[in-house]
Write a protein that binds this ligand. Structure first.
Ligand SMILES: C[S@@+](CC[C@H](N)C(=O)[O-])C[C@H]1O[C@@H](n2cnc3c(N)ncnc32)[C@H](O)[C@@H]1O
Length: 216
């Protein structure tokens, strides 16, 4: 869900540094061909990720949840030549789409795709990451977060997507908002982050809610 009025969203997109042409083509292709196309993070969130990479000088980026490769490519565009996005997904089938678009892009070579269950793959990683983008199954958000905190570089930070879950994390947000299991996981996750005094965090009501978190 987008909490922003569509005209405001489009205006904001127009005034922001957004992903390049191949990324746009990938977004259009996903919208036209994949029933779960809403999972793509979209232009404004991609713009924020790109800005954060540029601001922080990040070189090593980790992503949980590749889907058709849109956010991975958007982030790769903002990395220097020696930068790398390591992206993890359990769904190998969908990589036919990401690979097709990544190979068209001059930034595709910066992406390292890993397949498997997110938590199991995380166990194999030893790299220190400057930015981690968590955008996979909500059930494991806290476990991903805890594991990724240990994989951060000194100034590294974590971006967590969908933490407002269409507003359902807020009690009685709307009459027709149904609770589901993910609502419970996200409420628990957000409460957990709130309770941690060793973290500095800000929850942005952009798109479906984006949590920015780092160690103090
Ligand atoms: C919201 S989509 C990612 C969207 C992508 N970051 C983007 O903005 O273009 C979530 C992805 O997480 C993957 N996923 C779900 N559960 C997973 C798990 N346990 N381990 C690894 N990947 C998982 C799904 O296959 C799906 O492709």
């Amino acid at each position: 869900m987008n909490f922003l009025n569509e005209k405001i969203l489009n205006y904001s997109i127009e005034k922001s540094t957004c992903p390049g042409e191949i990324c746009n083509n990938l977004e259009i292709y996903t919208k036209e061909n994949h029933p779960l196309h809403r999972m793509i993070c979209g232009k404004l969130e991609a713009s924020l990720l790109k800005f954060l990479i540029s601001l922080s000088g990040a070189r090593e980026v980790l992503e949980l949840g590749t889907f058709t490769g849109y956010s991975a490519l958007a982030m790769a565009e903002s990395l220097p030549e020696n930068g790398r996005v390591t992206t993890i997904d359990k769904n190998k089938k969908i990589s036919a789409i990401s690979n097709e678009f990544w190979k068209q892009s001059e930034h595709g070579h910066k992406i390292n795709q890993m397949f498997g269950d997110g938590l199991s793959v995380l166990e194999t990683l030893t790299t220190k990451f400057d930015l981690v983008f968590i955008d996979a199954d909500k059930r494991n958000y806290q476990a991903y977060f805890d594991k990724c905190l240990g994989l951060l570089s000194d100034n590294g930070f974590i971006v967590v997507d969908n933490v407002l879950w269409s507003g359902r994390v807020v009690p009685n947000f709307s009459e027709d908002s149904e609770e589901d299991k993910s609502t419970k996981y996200l409420v628990e996750f957000n409460d957990y982050i709130e309770s941690r005094d060793d973290l500095v965090k800000t929850l942005l009501p952009i798109r479906d809610g984006i949590y920015l978190i780092k160690r103090i």
